[in-house]
Write a protein that binds this ligand. Structure first.
Ligand SMILES: [Zn+2]
Length: 293
C-alpha cells in the first residue's frame, strides 16, 4: 500500500476519533452553577466534571446535557401527541364546539352533576351512579352507560352532567378528554335531510366527530323511531363500532329489553358490552318536581 494511502487512512481515522472524542477538562459543574430544571430546582446536587467536545471545542456538563436532551425528547413527544390528538385546550373545547343539544339551556345553565337536584330516593341513587360513571370514565375504564326512564325523569340533565364533569375533571387532571353530546333525534334528522341536500352536514361528519370523542353521549335514542328503525339501527351500530376502549352514554325512554325489540341485535349487543345501567323506574317528571320546589 502506498505511503500516501496509509497517510490518508490515518488522517481519516484521526478525524473519526476527533469526531467522537470528548475529553475531561479541569472544570466542574456544581449545583450552584448548573441550570435549573422545569421545577426550578438545580439539575443535579453532586459535582460533575465537564467534558470538552474536541470538534466544536464546546465545554459542557454531561449531566446537564443529558437532562437537556431528555427534556427536548419529552417536548417533542408532547408536540407529536398534540399533533395527533390536539392541544389540551382544543380537547377541552370539543364539547362546546361540536355538541348538538336538544334543550339549548343545558349547555349554558347546567354546570355539572352538582346542579342535578334529586327529588326522589331513586333519583338520589342515580345521581350517585352518575358520579361513579364519571370517575370510571376519567380513570380510563371503558363503559357504556345506559340511562333509561320516562320522559322528564332527568335523563338528559344527568347525561349532560356526566359529560360536563368528565370534561372539567379530565382537564383538571391534566389529560383533557374529548367529549361530545348529541341529541340523537336532532342529528338523525340532520343526517336524513343531508341525503337530499349535500350541503348539509351528514352521516360521515357526525360519525367522525363521534369517533374523535373519547366520551360520546347519544341523548334520547328511540325518539326518532317514527321514521325508519332499520336505518337507525344501522346508524347506531356505526356510532358504536368505533368505540373500543372509549366511553358511551346512551339515554332512552326505552329500557334495554325494549331497545332489543326495536333495534337490530348488532346495536344492542355492542351496547351490552361494559354496560353500566342507570334506571329510573319510579321517578316521574323531574322538571315538574323542580318547579314545585
Ligand atoms: Zn451540570
Amino acid at each position: 500500500m502506498a505511503m500516501e494511502t496509509i497517510g490518508r487512512l490515518k488522517r481519516d481515522a484521526q478525524q473519526i476519533m476527533v469526531d467522537h472524542s470528548f475529553i475531561f477538562v479541569n472544570e466542574y459543574c456544581t449545583s450552584k452553577t448548573c441550570p435549573t430544571d422545569a421545577n426550578g430546582k438545580p439539575v443535579h446536587k453532586n459535582d460533575f466534571q465537564k467534558l470538552q467536545n474536541l470538534v466544536t471545542e464546546e465545554i459542557f456538563c454531561p449531566k446537564c446535557r443529558r437532562e437537556a436532551v431528555e427534556r427536548c425528547f419529552r417536548e417533542s413527544e408532547t408536540q407529536r401527541h398534540e399533533m395527533i390528538f390536539g392541544t389540551e385546550a382544543q380537547k377541552y373545547d370539543y364539547l362546546k364546539r361540536y355538541s348538538i343539544i336538544g334543550e339549548r339551556e343545558l349547555i349554558t345553565k347546567n354546570k355539572g352533576l352538582k346542579d342535578y337536584v334529586p327529588t326522589t330516593a331513586e333519583a338520589k341513587t342515580n345521581k350517585d351512579l352518575a358520579t361513579q360513571a364519571v370517575l370510571k370514565i376519567v380513570g380510563g375504564t371503558p363503559i357504556n352507560v345506559l340511562l333509561t326512564g320516562n320522559t322528564g325523569c332527568g335523563k338528559s340533565h344527568l347525561s349532560f352532567g356526566i359529560a360536563n364533569n368528565v370534561n372539567e375533571m379530565s382537564r383538571r387532571d391534566g389529560h383533557a378528554m374529548t367529549v361530545v353530546y348529541f341529541n340523537y333525534k336532532k342529528i338523525y334528522n340532520m343526517i336524513t335531510a343531508s341525503f337530499n341536500d349535500k350541503s348539509l352536514k351528514g352521516r360521515d361528519y357526525f360519525l367522525k366527530i363521534a369517533e374523535n370523542a373519547q366520551c360520546l353521549v347519544l341523548d334520547d335514542v328511540g325518539s326518532e323511531l317514527i321514521k325508519d328503525s332499520a336505518f337507525s339501527s344501522e346508524l347506531l351500530t356505526e356510532f358504536l363500532d368505533s368505540r373500543e376502549e372509549k366511553h358511551t352514554i346512551i339515554t332512552s325512554n326505552y329500557n334495554f329489553d325494549s331497545l332489543k325489540q326495536l333495534y337490530d341485535a348488532r346495536f344492542t349487543s355492542r351496547l351490552s358490552r361494559y354496560q353500566f345501567p342507570i334506571t329510573f323506574a319510579e321517578t316521574g317528571d323531574y322538571r315538574a318536581g323542580q318547579i314545585v320546589m
